[in-house]
Design a protein around this ligand. Structure first.
Ligand SMILES: NC(=O)c1ccc[n+]([C@@H]2O[C@H](COP(=O)([O-])OP(=O)(O)OC[C@H]3O[C@@H](n4cnc5c(N)ncnc54)[C@H](O)[C@@H]3O)[C@@H](O)[C@H]2O)c1
Length: 406
Protein backbone atom coordinates (compact mmCIF):
# COMPACT_ATOMS: atom_id res chain seq x y z
CA UNK A 1 0.00 0.00 0.00
CA UNK A 2 2.48 2.65 -1.10
CA UNK A 3 -0.03 4.76 -3.01
CA UNK A 4 -3.07 6.58 -1.73
CA UNK A 5 -5.79 6.17 -4.38
CA UNK A 6 -8.19 8.27 -2.33
CA UNK A 7 -5.84 11.26 -2.53
CA UNK A 8 -5.35 10.58 -6.23
CA UNK A 9 -9.09 10.44 -6.89
CA UNK A 10 -10.47 13.04 -4.47
CA UNK A 11 -7.42 15.14 -3.68
CA UNK A 12 -8.15 14.82 0.04
CA UNK A 13 -8.80 12.11 2.62
CA UNK A 14 -12.39 11.06 3.20
CA UNK A 15 -14.09 12.77 6.12
CA UNK A 16 -15.27 10.21 8.66
CA UNK A 17 -17.88 10.56 11.41
CA UNK A 18 -17.93 7.89 14.11
CA UNK A 19 -20.84 6.58 16.18
CA UNK A 20 -19.86 4.62 19.30
CA UNK A 21 -16.48 3.39 20.42
CA UNK A 22 -16.16 5.62 23.46
CA UNK A 23 -14.10 4.99 26.59
CA UNK A 24 -13.89 1.31 27.49
CA UNK A 25 -14.71 0.03 24.01
CA UNK A 26 -11.97 -2.22 22.65
CA UNK A 27 -13.21 -2.09 19.09
CA UNK A 28 -13.68 1.69 18.96
CA UNK A 29 -9.95 2.26 19.19
CA UNK A 30 -9.38 -0.40 16.49
CA UNK A 31 -11.77 1.41 14.11
CA UNK A 32 -10.07 4.75 14.65
CA UNK A 33 -6.58 3.32 14.19
CA UNK A 34 -7.70 1.42 11.08
CA UNK A 35 -9.20 4.56 9.59
CA UNK A 36 -6.01 6.54 10.08
CA UNK A 37 -3.38 3.95 9.16
CA UNK A 38 -3.15 4.64 5.44
CA UNK A 39 -4.08 8.32 5.53
CA UNK A 40 -7.34 7.73 3.67
CA UNK A 41 -9.66 9.20 6.34
CA UNK A 42 -9.72 12.16 8.71
CA UNK A 43 -11.98 11.67 11.72
CA UNK A 44 -13.93 14.92 11.75
CA UNK A 45 -17.07 14.29 13.82
CA UNK A 46 -18.45 11.89 16.38
CA UNK A 47 -20.97 10.68 18.91
CA UNK A 48 -18.99 8.22 20.98
CA UNK A 49 -21.33 7.55 23.90
CA UNK A 50 -25.09 7.41 24.46
CA UNK A 51 -24.58 9.93 27.27
CA UNK A 52 -24.31 13.38 25.55
CA UNK A 53 -22.00 14.90 28.13
CA UNK A 54 -19.63 11.92 28.22
CA UNK A 55 -19.76 11.74 24.45
CA UNK A 56 -18.67 15.33 23.95
CA UNK A 57 -15.94 15.04 26.53
CA UNK A 58 -14.57 11.79 25.08
CA UNK A 59 -14.81 13.01 21.47
CA UNK A 60 -12.79 16.08 22.46
CA UNK A 61 -10.16 13.83 24.00
CA UNK A 62 -9.97 11.99 20.63
CA UNK A 63 -9.13 15.26 18.92
CA UNK A 64 -12.56 15.89 17.40
CA UNK A 65 -13.48 19.57 17.04
CA UNK A 66 -15.89 20.42 19.92
CA UNK A 67 -18.29 21.92 17.36
CA UNK A 68 -18.51 18.54 15.69
CA UNK A 69 -18.77 16.45 18.87
CA UNK A 70 -22.52 15.93 18.69
CA UNK A 71 -25.04 14.92 21.34
CA UNK A 72 -26.66 12.14 19.29
CA UNK A 73 -26.34 10.53 15.84
CA UNK A 74 -29.39 12.24 14.33
CA UNK A 75 -28.09 15.69 15.20
CA UNK A 76 -24.76 14.67 13.70
CA UNK A 77 -26.26 13.41 10.44
CA UNK A 78 -28.19 16.67 9.96
CA UNK A 79 -25.26 18.82 11.07
CA UNK A 80 -22.70 17.09 8.87
CA UNK A 81 -25.00 16.84 5.83
CA UNK A 82 -25.48 20.61 6.06
CA UNK A 83 -21.78 21.55 6.02
CA UNK A 84 -19.68 22.19 2.93
CA UNK A 85 -16.88 20.26 4.61
CA UNK A 86 -19.25 17.69 6.14
CA UNK A 87 -18.50 14.02 6.68
CA UNK A 88 -18.55 11.66 3.69
CA UNK A 89 -18.71 8.41 5.63
CA UNK A 90 -20.25 7.23 8.91
CA UNK A 91 -18.69 4.39 10.91
CA UNK A 92 -20.99 2.59 13.37
CA UNK A 93 -19.54 0.65 16.35
CA UNK A 94 -22.39 0.75 18.85
CA UNK A 95 -24.25 -2.15 20.52
CA UNK A 96 -25.90 -4.51 18.04
CA UNK A 97 -29.50 -3.35 18.43
CA UNK A 98 -28.65 0.15 17.19
CA UNK A 99 -26.86 -0.80 13.95
CA UNK A 100 -30.03 -0.92 11.86
CA UNK A 101 -31.44 2.40 13.03
CA UNK A 102 -28.15 4.29 12.64
CA UNK A 103 -27.19 2.67 9.35
CA UNK A 104 -30.58 3.41 7.78
CA UNK A 105 -30.48 7.03 8.98
CA UNK A 106 -26.91 7.50 7.76
CA UNK A 107 -27.68 6.02 4.33
CA UNK A 108 -30.84 8.13 4.02
CA UNK A 109 -28.71 11.21 4.76
CA UNK A 110 -26.39 10.27 1.88
CA UNK A 111 -23.41 8.94 3.83
CA UNK A 112 -21.47 5.85 2.87
CA UNK A 113 -21.39 3.50 5.86
CA UNK A 114 -18.89 1.28 7.63
CA UNK A 115 -20.64 -0.84 10.26
CA UNK A 116 -19.52 -3.42 12.77
CA UNK A 117 -20.97 -6.93 12.89
CA UNK A 118 -23.47 -8.47 13.31
CA UNK A 119 -25.11 -6.16 10.79
CA UNK A 120 -28.46 -6.37 12.62
CA UNK A 121 -30.32 -8.51 15.13
CA UNK A 122 -33.13 -9.50 12.74
CA UNK A 123 -33.31 -10.64 9.14
CA UNK A 124 -36.03 -8.12 8.38
CA UNK A 125 -33.76 -5.25 9.46
CA UNK A 126 -30.81 -6.68 7.53
CA UNK A 127 -32.89 -6.87 4.35
CA UNK A 128 -33.95 -3.25 4.74
CA UNK A 129 -30.32 -2.20 4.84
CA UNK A 130 -29.33 -4.29 1.82
CA UNK A 131 -32.27 -2.89 -0.15
CA UNK A 132 -31.40 0.71 0.75
CA UNK A 133 -27.75 0.16 -0.13
CA UNK A 134 -28.72 -1.24 -3.53
CA UNK A 135 -31.23 1.56 -4.14
CA UNK A 136 -28.90 4.39 -3.10
CA UNK A 137 -25.71 3.07 -4.69
CA UNK A 138 -23.85 4.01 -1.51
CA UNK A 139 -20.99 1.90 -0.19
CA UNK A 140 -21.61 -0.28 2.85
CA UNK A 141 -18.69 -2.09 4.45
CA UNK A 142 -19.12 -4.59 7.28
CA UNK A 143 -16.09 -4.98 9.53
CA UNK A 144 -15.56 -8.72 9.43
CA UNK A 145 -11.98 -7.70 9.97
CA UNK A 146 -10.43 -11.18 9.78
CA UNK A 147 -10.96 -11.07 6.01
CA UNK A 148 -8.36 -8.29 5.93
CA UNK A 149 -5.41 -10.52 6.86
CA UNK A 150 -2.99 -11.00 3.95
CA UNK A 151 -2.87 -14.78 4.42
CA UNK A 152 -6.67 -15.05 4.55
CA UNK A 153 -6.77 -13.19 1.27
CA UNK A 154 -4.04 -15.47 -0.04
CA UNK A 155 -6.12 -18.50 0.95
CA UNK A 156 -9.13 -17.10 -0.87
CA UNK A 157 -7.05 -16.39 -3.97
CA UNK A 158 -5.57 -19.91 -3.94
CA UNK A 159 -9.04 -21.45 -3.71
CA UNK A 160 -10.28 -19.27 -6.57
CA UNK A 161 -7.19 -20.23 -8.59
CA UNK A 162 -8.04 -23.92 -8.25
CA UNK A 163 -4.95 -24.79 -6.20
CA UNK A 164 -7.05 -26.58 -3.57
CA UNK A 165 -9.24 -28.34 -6.14
CA UNK A 166 -12.92 -28.94 -5.56
CA UNK A 167 -13.64 -28.23 -1.90
CA UNK A 168 -14.84 -31.25 0.06
CA UNK A 169 -14.35 -30.36 3.71
CA UNK A 170 -14.28 -27.24 5.87
CA UNK A 171 -13.51 -27.02 9.58
CA UNK A 172 -13.85 -23.70 11.34
CA UNK A 173 -13.57 -22.93 15.03
CA UNK A 174 -13.62 -19.69 16.94
CA UNK A 175 -12.68 -20.48 20.53
CA UNK A 176 -12.24 -17.83 23.21
CA UNK A 177 -12.12 -17.97 27.01
CA UNK A 178 -13.33 -14.52 27.97
CA UNK A 179 -16.68 -15.72 29.31
CA UNK A 180 -15.43 -18.83 31.14
CA UNK A 181 -15.95 -17.33 34.59
CA UNK A 182 -19.14 -18.35 36.35
CA UNK A 183 -19.59 -14.86 37.81
CA UNK A 184 -19.65 -13.26 34.35
CA UNK A 185 -21.64 -11.04 34.14
CA UNK A 186 -21.21 -10.02 37.74
CA UNK A 187 -24.31 -10.36 39.89
CA UNK A 188 -25.84 -7.16 41.15
CA UNK A 189 -24.37 -4.99 38.40
CA UNK A 190 -26.35 -3.62 35.49
CA UNK A 191 -26.80 -6.30 32.81
CA UNK A 192 -24.34 -5.49 29.97
CA UNK A 193 -26.06 -5.01 26.61
CA UNK A 194 -24.57 -8.22 25.20
CA UNK A 195 -26.42 -10.30 27.84
CA UNK A 196 -29.77 -8.72 27.00
CA UNK A 197 -31.29 -10.60 24.04
CA UNK A 198 -33.18 -7.50 22.91
CA UNK A 199 -29.93 -5.54 22.62
CA UNK A 200 -27.40 -8.29 21.92
CA UNK A 201 -29.55 -10.31 19.51
CA UNK A 202 -30.92 -13.84 19.40
CA UNK A 203 -27.67 -15.53 20.39
CA UNK A 204 -24.74 -13.92 22.22
CA UNK A 205 -22.03 -16.27 20.98
CA UNK A 206 -23.31 -16.33 17.43
CA UNK A 207 -23.53 -12.53 17.25
CA UNK A 208 -20.16 -11.97 18.89
CA UNK A 209 -18.03 -14.56 17.08
CA UNK A 210 -20.25 -17.02 15.17
CA UNK A 211 -20.84 -14.48 12.41
CA UNK A 212 -17.07 -13.94 12.07
CA UNK A 213 -16.46 -17.70 11.70
CA UNK A 214 -19.28 -18.12 9.18
CA UNK A 215 -18.10 -15.10 7.17
CA UNK A 216 -14.53 -16.37 7.11
CA UNK A 217 -15.68 -19.68 5.63
CA UNK A 218 -17.67 -17.93 2.91
CA UNK A 219 -14.84 -15.49 2.20
CA UNK A 220 -12.18 -18.14 1.70
CA UNK A 221 -14.23 -20.83 0.00
CA UNK A 222 -16.72 -18.73 -1.96
CA UNK A 223 -19.32 -21.33 -0.92
CA UNK A 224 -22.67 -20.78 0.77
CA UNK A 225 -23.93 -22.92 3.62
CA UNK A 226 -27.02 -24.64 2.25
CA UNK A 227 -28.01 -26.47 5.47
CA UNK A 228 -27.00 -26.36 9.11
CA UNK A 229 -27.62 -28.79 11.99
CA UNK A 230 -26.74 -27.03 15.22
CA UNK A 231 -26.70 -27.12 18.97
CA UNK A 232 -26.46 -23.63 20.44
CA UNK A 233 -26.62 -23.06 24.18
CA UNK A 234 -24.67 -22.38 27.34
CA UNK A 235 -22.14 -24.46 29.23
CA UNK A 236 -21.57 -22.08 32.16
CA UNK A 237 -24.16 -23.10 34.77
CA UNK A 238 -27.03 -20.67 35.24
CA UNK A 239 -26.11 -18.45 32.31
CA UNK A 240 -29.18 -17.15 30.49
CA UNK A 241 -27.54 -16.53 27.11
CA UNK A 242 -25.63 -18.67 24.62
CA UNK A 243 -21.94 -19.18 25.19
CA UNK A 244 -21.22 -22.06 22.80
CA UNK A 245 -22.39 -23.30 19.44
CA UNK A 246 -21.58 -26.45 17.50
CA UNK A 247 -22.84 -27.29 14.05
CA UNK A 248 -22.47 -29.53 11.06
CA UNK A 249 -22.61 -27.74 7.73
CA UNK A 250 -23.62 -28.78 4.25
CA UNK A 251 -22.43 -26.56 1.42
CA UNK A 252 -24.03 -25.79 -1.92
CA UNK A 253 -21.43 -27.89 -3.81
CA UNK A 254 -21.93 -30.93 -1.57
CA UNK A 255 -18.93 -30.23 0.70
CA UNK A 256 -19.32 -30.93 4.41
CA UNK A 257 -18.14 -28.86 7.33
CA UNK A 258 -17.97 -28.48 11.08
CA UNK A 259 -18.36 -25.24 13.02
CA UNK A 260 -17.44 -24.76 16.67
CA UNK A 261 -17.63 -21.46 18.55
CA UNK A 262 -17.40 -20.70 22.24
CA UNK A 263 -16.30 -18.01 24.66
CA UNK A 264 -15.98 -20.39 27.62
CA UNK A 265 -12.75 -22.29 26.92
CA UNK A 266 -10.79 -21.22 30.00
CA UNK A 267 -7.40 -19.77 29.13
CA UNK A 268 -7.91 -19.67 25.38
CA UNK A 269 -7.41 -16.22 23.86
CA UNK A 270 -8.61 -15.58 20.30
CA UNK A 271 -8.47 -18.99 18.62
CA UNK A 272 -10.03 -18.47 15.23
CA UNK A 273 -8.86 -21.37 13.08
CA UNK A 274 -9.89 -22.70 9.66
CA UNK A 275 -8.92 -25.72 7.55
CA UNK A 276 -10.20 -26.17 4.01
CA UNK A 277 -9.58 -29.43 2.14
CA UNK A 278 -10.15 -30.00 -1.54
CA UNK A 279 -9.37 -32.66 -4.09
CA UNK A 280 -5.80 -31.35 -4.59
CA UNK A 281 -4.68 -29.83 -1.28
CA UNK A 282 -5.56 -28.49 2.14
CA UNK A 283 -4.94 -25.04 3.61
CA UNK A 284 -4.91 -24.08 7.29
CA UNK A 285 -4.80 -20.67 9.01
CA UNK A 286 -4.84 -19.66 12.68
CA UNK A 287 -5.53 -16.09 13.79
CA UNK A 288 -3.04 -16.11 16.64
CA UNK A 289 -0.26 -16.82 14.13
CA UNK A 290 -1.69 -14.85 11.22
CA UNK A 291 1.37 -14.51 9.02
CA UNK A 292 1.48 -18.27 8.40
CA UNK A 293 -0.67 -20.16 5.91
CA UNK A 294 -0.09 -23.91 5.75
CA UNK A 295 -0.52 -25.32 2.25
CA UNK A 296 -0.48 -29.11 2.00
CA UNK A 297 -0.76 -30.42 -1.58
CA UNK A 298 -1.59 -34.07 -2.03
CA UNK A 299 1.40 -34.76 -4.31
CA UNK A 300 4.10 -32.45 -3.04
CA UNK A 301 5.79 -31.18 0.12
CA UNK A 302 3.68 -29.18 2.55
CA UNK A 303 4.84 -25.57 2.81
CA UNK A 304 4.25 -22.50 4.90
CA UNK A 305 3.36 -19.36 2.95
CA UNK A 306 4.04 -15.90 4.37
CA UNK A 307 3.02 -12.31 3.50
CA UNK A 308 5.06 -11.09 0.54
CA UNK A 309 6.91 -14.41 0.50
CA UNK A 310 7.26 -16.65 -2.58
CA UNK A 311 3.97 -17.47 -4.34
CA UNK A 312 2.19 -14.41 -2.94
CA UNK A 313 -0.87 -13.65 -5.03
CA UNK A 314 -2.11 -10.11 -5.85
CA UNK A 315 -4.99 -9.90 -3.31
CA UNK A 316 -2.51 -10.79 -0.57
CA UNK A 317 0.32 -8.60 -1.89
CA UNK A 318 -1.88 -5.49 -1.88
CA UNK A 319 -2.83 -6.18 1.76
CA UNK A 320 0.65 -5.81 3.26
CA UNK A 321 2.61 -2.64 3.91
CA UNK A 322 6.12 -3.83 4.72
CA UNK A 323 8.68 -6.27 3.37
CA UNK A 324 8.53 -9.98 4.12
CA UNK A 325 9.44 -11.04 7.65
CA UNK A 326 8.15 -7.94 9.43
CA UNK A 327 4.99 -9.06 11.21
CA UNK A 328 1.72 -7.26 10.65
CA UNK A 329 -1.41 -8.15 12.58
CA UNK A 330 -4.84 -7.20 13.81
CA UNK A 331 -4.60 -3.43 13.27
CA UNK A 332 -3.33 -3.77 9.74
CA UNK A 333 -5.97 -6.36 8.81
CA UNK A 334 -8.68 -4.08 10.19
CA UNK A 335 -7.16 -1.18 8.25
CA UNK A 336 -7.33 -3.20 5.03
CA UNK A 337 -11.13 -3.23 5.30
CA UNK A 338 -11.17 0.53 5.90
CA UNK A 339 -8.69 1.30 3.14
CA UNK A 340 -10.43 -0.88 0.55
CA UNK A 341 -13.78 0.68 1.46
CA UNK A 342 -12.15 4.11 1.08
CA UNK A 343 -11.12 3.23 -2.46
CA UNK A 344 -14.65 2.17 -3.30
CA UNK A 345 -16.12 5.31 -1.74
CA UNK A 346 -13.63 7.67 -3.40
CA UNK A 347 -14.20 6.01 -6.78
CA UNK A 348 -17.96 6.32 -6.41
CA UNK A 349 -17.72 9.95 -5.35
CA UNK A 350 -15.36 10.91 -8.17
CA UNK A 351 -17.02 8.79 -10.85
CA UNK A 352 -13.86 6.77 -11.49
CA UNK A 353 -13.37 3.02 -11.83
CA UNK A 354 -12.32 1.12 -8.73
CA UNK A 355 -9.61 -1.54 -8.66
CA UNK A 356 -11.58 -4.83 -8.50
CA UNK A 357 -9.08 -6.09 -5.92
CA UNK A 358 -10.39 -3.41 -3.53
CA UNK A 359 -13.89 -4.84 -3.68
CA UNK A 360 -13.53 -7.92 -1.50
CA UNK A 361 -14.42 -6.17 1.76
CA UNK A 362 -17.57 -7.65 3.37
CA UNK A 363 -20.68 -5.75 2.32
CA UNK A 364 -24.37 -5.48 3.19
CA UNK A 365 -25.15 -8.73 1.41
CA UNK A 366 -22.59 -10.54 3.55
CA UNK A 367 -24.33 -8.99 6.54
CA UNK A 368 -27.72 -10.32 5.55
CA UNK A 369 -26.35 -13.81 4.88
CA UNK A 370 -24.67 -13.77 8.31
CA UNK A 371 -27.91 -12.86 10.06
CA UNK A 372 -29.77 -15.58 8.12
CA UNK A 373 -27.15 -18.13 9.21
CA UNK A 374 -27.53 -17.18 12.88
CA UNK A 375 -31.31 -17.51 12.59
CA UNK A 376 -31.02 -20.92 10.90
CA UNK A 377 -28.55 -22.21 13.48
CA UNK A 378 -30.77 -21.10 16.36
CA UNK A 379 -33.86 -22.58 14.69
CA UNK A 380 -32.02 -25.86 14.12
CA UNK A 381 -30.91 -25.98 17.74
CA UNK A 382 -34.45 -25.30 18.93
CA UNK A 383 -35.57 -28.26 16.78
CA UNK A 384 -33.03 -30.57 18.43
CA UNK A 385 -30.45 -30.22 15.68
CA UNK A 386 -32.71 -30.66 12.67
CA UNK A 387 -31.11 -29.81 9.32
CA UNK A 388 -32.24 -26.27 8.48
CA UNK A 389 -31.78 -24.15 5.34
CA UNK A 390 -30.80 -20.52 5.97
CA UNK A 391 -33.24 -18.09 4.39
CA UNK A 392 -32.09 -16.29 1.24
CA UNK A 393 -29.36 -18.69 0.24
CA UNK A 394 -30.98 -18.86 -3.16
CA UNK A 395 -31.53 -15.11 -3.55
CA UNK A 396 -29.38 -13.58 -6.27
CA UNK A 397 -26.44 -11.54 -5.11
CA UNK A 398 -24.03 -14.16 -3.86
CA UNK A 399 -20.51 -13.20 -2.81
CA UNK A 400 -19.12 -13.98 -6.26
CA UNK A 401 -21.81 -12.04 -8.08
CA UNK A 402 -21.36 -9.08 -5.75
CA UNK A 403 -17.62 -9.08 -6.35
CA UNK A 404 -17.94 -9.19 -10.09
CA UNK A 405 -20.62 -6.48 -10.05
CA UNK A 406 -18.35 -4.10 -8.26
N1 LIG B 1 -15.11 -6.63 14.58
C1 LIG B 1 -14.83 -7.17 15.75
O1 LIG B 1 -13.95 -8.02 15.86
C2 LIG B 1 -15.58 -6.72 16.96
C3 LIG B 1 -15.02 -6.88 18.24
C4 LIG B 1 -15.73 -6.38 19.34
C5 LIG B 1 -16.97 -5.79 19.16
N2 LIG B 1 -17.49 -5.68 17.91
C6 LIG B 1 -18.80 -5.07 17.70
O2 LIG B 1 -18.70 -3.68 18.02
C7 LIG B 1 -19.93 -3.24 18.57
C8 LIG B 1 -19.64 -2.59 19.91
O3 LIG B 1 -19.08 -3.56 20.76
P1 LIG B 1 -18.14 -3.14 21.99
O4 LIG B 1 -17.50 -4.38 22.48
O5 LIG B 1 -17.30 -1.99 21.62
O6 LIG B 1 -19.22 -2.64 23.03
P2 LIG B 1 -18.94 -1.75 24.30
O7 LIG B 1 -20.15 -1.85 25.17
O8 LIG B 1 -17.61 -2.06 24.89
O9 LIG B 1 -18.81 -0.28 23.72
C9 LIG B 1 -19.89 0.35 23.05
C10 LIG B 1 -19.56 1.82 22.92
O10 LIG B 1 -20.59 2.46 22.19
C11 LIG B 1 -21.05 3.59 22.94
N3 LIG B 1 -22.46 3.75 22.65
C12 LIG B 1 -23.48 2.98 23.09
N4 LIG B 1 -24.64 3.43 22.62
C13 LIG B 1 -24.33 4.52 21.86
C14 LIG B 1 -25.10 5.44 21.11
N5 LIG B 1 -26.42 5.32 21.06
N6 LIG B 1 -24.47 6.44 20.47
C15 LIG B 1 -23.14 6.57 20.55
N7 LIG B 1 -22.36 5.73 21.26
C16 LIG B 1 -22.96 4.72 21.89
C17 LIG B 1 -20.77 3.25 24.38
O11 LIG B 1 -20.67 4.43 25.16
C18 LIG B 1 -19.45 2.52 24.26
O12 LIG B 1 -18.38 3.44 24.20
C19 LIG B 1 -20.84 -4.45 18.64
O13 LIG B 1 -21.69 -4.46 17.53
C20 LIG B 1 -19.89 -5.64 18.58
O14 LIG B 1 -20.48 -6.79 18.01
C21 LIG B 1 -16.80 -6.12 16.83
Amino acid sequence: MDTNPVMEMLGRPLRLAVVGGGPGSFIGAMHRTAARLDGRYDIVAGVVSSDPERSQEAAGAMGIDPNRAYVDPWTMFVGEAGRDDGADVVAIMTPNDSHHEYAMAALRSGFDVICDKPMTNTLEDALEIVDLVEESGLVFALTHNYTGYPMVRQARAMVADGQIGEIRLVQVEYVQGGKAAEDDPQHGSEVPWRYDPVRGGPSLVMGDIGTHAHNLVRFITGLEVSEVAAEIGHVVPGRMVDDFGAAMLRFENGARGTFWVTQTAAGVENGLRIRVSGTKASIEWFQENPTRLLFSPVADMARVLTPNGPATMPPSARSTRIVAGHPEGFHEAFANIYSDAAEAIAARRSGLAVDPLAMTFPNAWDGVVGVAFVDAAVASSNANGQWTTPALVQRSGSRAEKDSNA
